[in-house]
Design a binder for this molecule. Structure first.
Ligand code: ADP
Length: 453
């Protein structure tokens, strides 16, 4: 039984986890950096411990210190949120060794998905469809190039250790290969200290559709449908929705089954997301598995009526999944818009400052705001500049979208520049209303969105 939970995170996700813990009568311990002494997540928790100075490496990434505090405070479990230590296999292992429950998958599952190339080899063996490509150990330039030539251009070079779109390059012709490879390797080495590369067929107009899966320690697994996260800028998601509109007949079930196969192949436990590229002809391909709760999990909660953090805690306690597949029903449509302190007119550079005014739209069971900040807080350079996630529900996609647009109009923030107007333009443009979603949506509609890309 978990009666005391430490949340090894900050911002909206720390607040989100604390809310469910409170609902379940679980005591909460927040951790914070010097910059976050007055943060909302600290105020919400029953207890709070200071970790150190503002930079994440001196605070939120200090796994040893967090674990030592957890032991000292008799904490039963640690929820890592997303980012920071959430996909750190060493940390998950250390928790287990110290007798503290890590609210996440076993370290072995995190490890298995940590390298894109190793993950693809496991998936291939399990029979999960992959984008045609090369994910071998031989990293000779000649080998990599031969695989690209054989596949045919365009191809995508990807860092095996990659994340956040780093170390990725499109290559449109044989001539451009070597230069692109060197650039991708350099970027990968600089970001991840490793320059192992994968070569994949580059799909020109795919959708990013991901499946939420859940597995318990007793061998049960379910999928909680899908999210369409195609609307991205530089591989960062902007607006997500569930369910994915215009799914070809039977695809949802096939993707769900493939995602469960992927999870079972690594003896998964807890919440996970299997990301696929969905091609125009209805074929879909495994991209990667994220072994944590995703930023965009609320759209899934809106269309299923389930609390995914509650599910995570149940699984972590060794209980069976709260529901079986046939008890899960998809209802209505949900959107999530990520509200950032950033300047769309200046290459989306993060904006810092004091949140002099922070006035969200009225919330209800149709409009949800997940946030980690309060009016008067500073938005600093130290952390991700996300201010809030605005999540709405409607009976149908159209009504949900109208609600999103109105709620964005009712969100008032001053003191920092935000992307709210940009989000309104996306929500209100014809291609988005018509659900013409591909991962190149933003580039292709840059004129409609008045962007310089
Ligand atoms: P990262 O872990 O760096 O975010 P992913 O492998 O998840 O990298 O890919 C990020 C994004 O890149 C995807 O959401 C998709 O938009 C695009 N992408 C990845 N692989 C391909 C591919 N083979 N063809 C076309 N686009 C791709």
């Amino acid at each position: 039984m978990i009666s005391k939970l430490l949340i090894a995170n900050r911002g909206e996700i720390a607040c989100r986890v604390i809310e469910t813990a409170k609902k379940l009568g679980i005591q909460t311990v927040a951790v914070y950096s010097e910059a976050d002494a007055n943060a909302r997540h600290v105020a919400m928790a029953d207890e709070a411990v200071l970790l150190g100075p503002a930079p994440s490496k001196d605070s939120y990434l200090k796994g040893d210190k967090i674990l030592a505090k957890a032991k000292a405070l008799n904490v039963d479990a640690i929820h890592p949120g997303y980012g920071f230590l959430s996909e750190n296999a060493e940390f998950a292992k250390a928790c287990q060794q110290q007798g503290v429950i890590f609210v996440g998958p076993p370290a072995s599952a995190i490890e298995a998905m940590g390298s894109k190339s190793a993950a693809k080899r496991i998936m291939q063996e399990a029979g999960v469809p992959l984008v045609p490509g090369y994910h071998g150990d031989d990293q000779d330039e000649a080998t990599l190039k031969a695989s690209a030539d054989e596949m045919g251009y365009p191809v995508l070079l990807k860092a095996a250790a990659g994340g956040g779109g780093k170390g990725m390059r499109q290559v449109w012709s044989e001539k451009a290969f070597t230069q692109a490879l060197n650039a991708a390797k350099r970027e990968s080495m600089a970001s991840f200290g490793d320059d192992h590369m994968l070569v994949e067929k580059y799909l020109t107009r795919p959708r990013h559709v991901e499946i939420q899966v859940f597995c318990d320690s007793l061998g049960n697994g379910v999928y909680l449908f899908e999210r369409d996260c195609s609307v991205q800028r530089r591989h960062q998601k902007i607006i997500e929705e569930a369910p994915a509109p215009n799914m070809p007949e039977g695809t949802r079930e096939k993707m769900g089954e493939a995602a469960l196969k992927a999870a079972k192949a690594i003896n998964y436990e807890g919440a996970g997301t299997v990301e696929f590229l969905l091609d125009e002809d209805g074929s879909f391909y495994f991209m990667e598995m994220n072994t944590r709760l995703q930023v965009e999990h609320p759209v899934t909660e809106m269309i299923t009526g389930e609390d995914l953090v509650e599910w995570q805690l149940a699984v972590a306690e060794g209980k069976p999944l709260p529901k079986q597949q046939n008890e899960l029903k998809l209802k209505g449509h949900a959107f999530e818009a990520r509200i950032y302190a950033e300047d769309p007119d200046n290459d989306f550079l993060p904006s810092t400052g004091n949140l002099a005014l922070l006035s969200p739209p009225p919330t209800s069971n149709l409009v949800r705001v997940d946030t980690g900040v309060l009016q008067g807080d500073d938005v600093t350079v130290y952390y991700d500049p996300m201010i809030a996630k605005l999540v709405v529900w409607g009976e149908h996609r159209d009504s949900a979208l109208q609600r999103l647009y109105r709620a964005l109009g009712d969100y008032h923030i001053s003191g920092v520049t935000t992307n709210i107007n940009f989000l309104k333009k996306v929500a209100n443009c014809e291609p988005f209303k018509r659900a013409q979603l591909t991962t190149t949506f933003i580039e292709q509609n840059s004129q409609v969105l008045n962007m310089n890309v």
